[in-house]
Write a protein that binds this ligand. Structure first.
Ligand code: ZN
Ligand code: ZN
Length: 368
């Protein structure tokens, strides 16, 4: 079938809308999804800028939501017409998957960054018959249709606007899952979140939902800090003006906070975050393209403090994403406040606005 896709042909260039031929002769576990909308995430841009290798030309996009159009012969999880969102791909068979940690699937790299099926075949071709890499995060949702598989399709409630849900599959679950699945704060505990883009704001909303009583947002943009307050931050710090760890340890939460979440990947910021922890406090690092060497001032890293790198919020998407939607419906996780819609052919504008910080979470709507 012919589909429309935003194709990246060379590093650090714009995306072009092209007609692509998609072979819809499905493998037994595959699912064809008619994409309704897709979020734009920082990792798409990390590929564009060659920070993560991915063979070009390619169809990127990995926060897709849509409707099941066709299913392979062995698919039992969903039926045609179901509302779904697409999560990162995982094998479902390795020890990480089997123990509920598919974000660390042993086959994560080939399944999400391989560009083809694992048997080497490629069902996406451009007008001149050349193969186009796809299956980005098991989906390549910058397209009107996506070939996903039973392992990364998440059935969602159909009483919620499907167009807003795609980012729950990556950026939003990363921030929220880090708090709710990994840190698991008790009510009344304290947390600092450094960098309040979409991932950091999701962490703040989750911290509020979990009952944290001190939630500190750190950023260099006052407009983002204002939104952080609206979404649950009890304190905000513009780190251009003060030393974050001093402000926290001396004034906001003497003795330090229980948890820190860093979304920036910058050494100076991570050192401040770890330096804001109480004894035995834990810092989680989330940046996709962090500084090559994390260096932390040893003086702040004593007394049982720890640091961990978390992928995709360490969530089981089939369980966690419906939970986030339930929280959203109850008004406890208002992630829709981060969203700005663009039409699919405005993809390059959406990227420009996101990079300028005008837009927090861009969602591209597919033509009806
Ligand atoms: Zn696996
Ligand atoms: Zn992402």
């Amino acid at each position: 079938m012919k589909i429309k896709a935003a194709v990246l042909s060379a590093p650090k260039t714009s995306f072009n809308l092209e007609t692509i031929e998609l072979d819809t002769e499905l493998r037994s576990e595959e699912i064809l999804v008619k994409i309704v909308a897709t979020g734009l995430c920082h990792t798409d841009l990390a590929i564009r800028d060659s920070q993560i290798p991915f063979e070009l030309p390619a169809i990127l996009g990995h926060e897709g939501s849509g409707i099941v159009e066709k299913i392979g012969s062995n698919v039992t999880k969903v039926k045609i017409g179901d509302h779904v969102i697409l999560a990162p791909a995982s094998c479902g068979k390795c020890s990480y998957c089997k123990s509920g940690h598919q974000s660390y699937c042993i086959n994560f790299m080939p399944l999400n960054f391989g560009g083809k099926r694992t048997d080497g075949s490629c069902p996406y071709h451009n007008h001149s018959g050349k193969e186009v890499s796809a299956f980005f995060f098991g989906q390549s949702s910058f397209a009107t249709y996506s070939l996903a598989s039973e392992n990364n399709v998440v059935k969602v409630q159909d009483d919620v606007e499907l167009e807003i849900l795609g980012p729950l599959g990556c950026g939003i679950q990363t921030g929220a899952g880090t708090v709710l699945n990994v840190l698991q704060p008790s009510a009344g505990e304290s947390i600092v979140v450094s960098g309040v883009g979409p991932v950091g704001l999701a962490a703040i909303m989750a911290a509020k939902a979990a009952g944290c009583s001190t939630i500190i947002a750190v950023d260099v943009h006052d407009n983002r800090l204002e939104l952080a307050k609206e979404l649950g931050a009890t304190h905000v710090i513009n780190s251009l003006n003060v030393v974050v760890s001093d402000e926290i340890n001396n004034t906001i939460h003497p003795g330090g906070v229980h948890y820190a979440v860093d979304t920036t990947g910058r050494n100076a910021v991570i050192t401040q975050a770890v330096g804001s922890l109480r004894y035995m406090g834990k810092c989680v690092v989330l940046a996709v393209a962090p500084t090559p060497n994390i260096e932390i001032d040893n003086a702040v890293f004593t007394m049982g403090r720890s640091i961990q790198y978390v992928v995709e919020g360490d969530s089981v998407p089939d369980i966690f994403i419906p939970q986030l939607i339930t929280l959203y419906k109850k008004g406890l996780f208002p992630f829709d406040k981060l969203i700005k819609f663009y039409e699919f052919d405005q993809i390059n504008q959406a990227i420009e606005d996101s990079e300028k910080g005008i837009t927090l979470k861009a969602i591209l709507r597919m033509p009806k």
